[in-house]
Every structure is written in structure tokens, then in C-alpha cells.
Write a protein that binds this ligand. Sequence first.
Ligand code: ADP
Ligand code: VHF
Length: 369
Amino acid sequence: MPRELITRAGRIVVKVGSSSLTGADGDLDLAAIDRLVGAIAARRAAGAQVVLVSSGAIAAGLNPLGLSRRPRDLATQQAAAAVGQGALVAAYTAAFADHGARVGQVLLTEMDVTRRSHYVNARRTLVRLLHLGVVPVVNENDSVATQEIRFGDNDRLAALVAHLVKADALVLLSDVDAVYDGPPTRPGARRIPVVASPADLEGIVVAGSGSSVGTGGMTTKLEAARIAAGAGIPAVVTSAALAGEVLAGEEVGTLFTAAPVRPRGRLLWLQHASDAKGQLVLDAGAVAAVVQRRTSLLPAGIVAVSGSFDEGDAVDVADEAGRVVGRGLVNYASTELPAMLGKSTRQLGEALGEHYRRVVIHRDDLALL
Ligand SMILES: Nc1ncnc2c1ncn2[C@@H]1O[C@H](COP(=O)(O)OP(=O)(O)O)[C@@H](O)[C@H]1O
Ligand SMILES: N[C@@H](CCC(=O)OP(=O)(O)O)C(=O)O
């Protein structure tokens, strides 16, 4: 009975999209929020811990600012998010209080999941909130994220949060009750009940958002389910109206089963959450060392550096034919590396000082493809 994957889950990440939180008039739909919170509270009463990843900040900020639709420019979107996020969290605070529960707002940027110190910190805060019996309400920190560092879609953020907190299940709630084999408005579109492997999605037509406030449509939900599956976390896509049913283990929506694997910590985040700021090209010996022998990357094996990056940024690692073999967090800036290429650690230490004996990418910070 595959839905035991959901009923047995002790820690669940629930993501809800903008289209499920705002009414036709553009105001926050407080009745919908109450229903969602009721469903989560019931599952918490049965012993589960729940992290809520909620979109809706930008949508909730439109009416108060007299905007009739989602603005195109980033600055106005960010202003709307700053206004709307407060309203959103106020609504959740009141709704959860009716069930005797507290919420804690956690706003994340891309850097929080790619930089080691931020990652560890975000994880610690979320887990501490759960242990304190609080419901973390997570969103992207829209009002400060720039175009370059934005996730832009909370489906992917939710999958990464599920991985971060080692959740047992991910529930993606939207305005459509399941994944269909074509846009659900198309006559004859059929619900896909279970996806056990990518082959089950072959030939299906996924499109963008059907609402004026949603962003990614089904595409980003499938990507999120794929990231979760890669981390061994089953996921369900269904509608917010069916939150109670899905959390009670009823056979609604589309269930993505997952192989029981859990890749190591941050590496999954590194692969999916970061944009590479540059590229390091390795000679054949260095490729063999990092890929086959899983060693750290030393300056001696690097033949070329491109892009502009700082210490701690994510960079791609490629072979001399240009094939990317991994992505890692680099320990030097792009301005420092060219002078170091091909040199041994000892030569660098003697020429430039002890500080330059560091590896370029530590093996724990390198996600191989
Ligand atoms: N194959 C498909 N199956 C189900 N929904 C689909 C499909 N292709 C596109 N969609 C659209 O995806 C929308 C959900 O995404 P979105 O509007 O971004 O939701 P949210 O704001 O909840 O994240 C649905 O309303 C639907 O119109
Ligand atoms: N962080 C943004 C939401 C981004 C997003 O993914 O929206 P959605 O497609 O409605 O889940 C906000 O709060 O407005």
C-alpha cells in the first residue's frame, strides 16, 4: 500500500502555491488558509512534525499596494513580497494559534543552501524549531534575492528543504488535484496516480502555470519530485483543497515513489540549488583522481580557469574536452587561481605562504555528476 509512505512519515514538508492562497479578488483566502492549517494540525496531532513552505508573498502584496497583477520588474515584485510576506505570516500565526500551535518564519536565499556555514545554520534553525514544537513557515527571501541568486520557484526550494531536514515525505499542494497526462484543461486528460520511475512520465505534456499568480506550473513540481526522489523522499502532487485527504493517506493526487537512497548532506543542494559562477578545467590525471579516487582537487591538476567567483562560490569542474564532471565549492577566488595552476602544494606554500596550501575544492564539497 504505497500511501503508507505518507501515513508513516514522521517529518513532512508541505508546500503550498500562491494560487491556492489567494481568492479571485486577489486578497488572501483566509478560509483556504484555515482549511490547510486544519489539515496540518490534524497530522501534527497524530505525532508528525511539519515544515510548511508557503508561496504567496508577492500575490498577497498586490492588493495592499493597489497593483492589479503581478508586476514584471523585480524591484516591484520585491516590494510586493515585503508587504505580502508579513500579511501571510500573520494569517498563518492566527490560524495555527486556533490549534494551539506557533509558527516561525524562515526566509532562505540560494546562498543559504550552497555555502557551508549558511547550510549548517539553516538546517540547525529548522530542526530546532521542529524540536520546540513550532511549525516553520519557509519562503524564499524574495525582497533581497537578486535575479542571479533567486530560486524563483518554491517547488524546488521545498524539495531542497525536505532534503535539508531529512523529511520522510514531501507534499506539493497546488490548484490542480494531480499530474495529468496533458494540461488538465484539455478534454480527456487523465490523472497519473503513481510515478515509480521517469519512464512513467514519458509522453506526458506539462505546461506552465494555469493561474495568474503561480509561477512554475507543473514543470517545477516534476523537477521538485525528481530532486526529492533523488534524496530518497517520496512526494505527492495534489491540490490544497485535498490537503486533509493526502495527509490522511488517501489515494489522491500523484504519488512519486522514491528509491531508498539518501545522498550525503549538502551535495544534493550543490547540484540542484546553485548556479556555477565559473569553471575549472582539469587535466586527465586530476579528473581520474577526483572522479575515481574521490580525492580533493589540488592546483597542480588544473589547466584553465574561467568565470568570476569568490572563495566559497560554486564552480563546475570539467575535463579538457569540456565535459562537466562535477560541481564544487571553491576555496580560492578567480583572481587568485591563475597564478597557482600547475603548482604543487609545497611550491605554493613556499612562494605564497601557508594559506595557499589549501586544496582548491575539498572532496566533501564536490558533487560528482
Ligand atoms: N500535465 C499537467 N498536469 C497538471 N497540471 C498541469 C499540467 N501542465 C500544466 N499544469 C498546470 O500547472 C498548474 C499548477 O502550477 P502553478 O500555477 O505554478 O501552481 P502553484 O502556484 O500552486 O505552484 C495547474 O493549474 C495547471 O494548469
Ligand atoms: N516566493 C514567491 C513564490 C514563488 C513561487 O514558486 O510561487 P508558486 O508557483 O505559487 O509556488 C512568493 O512568495 O511570492
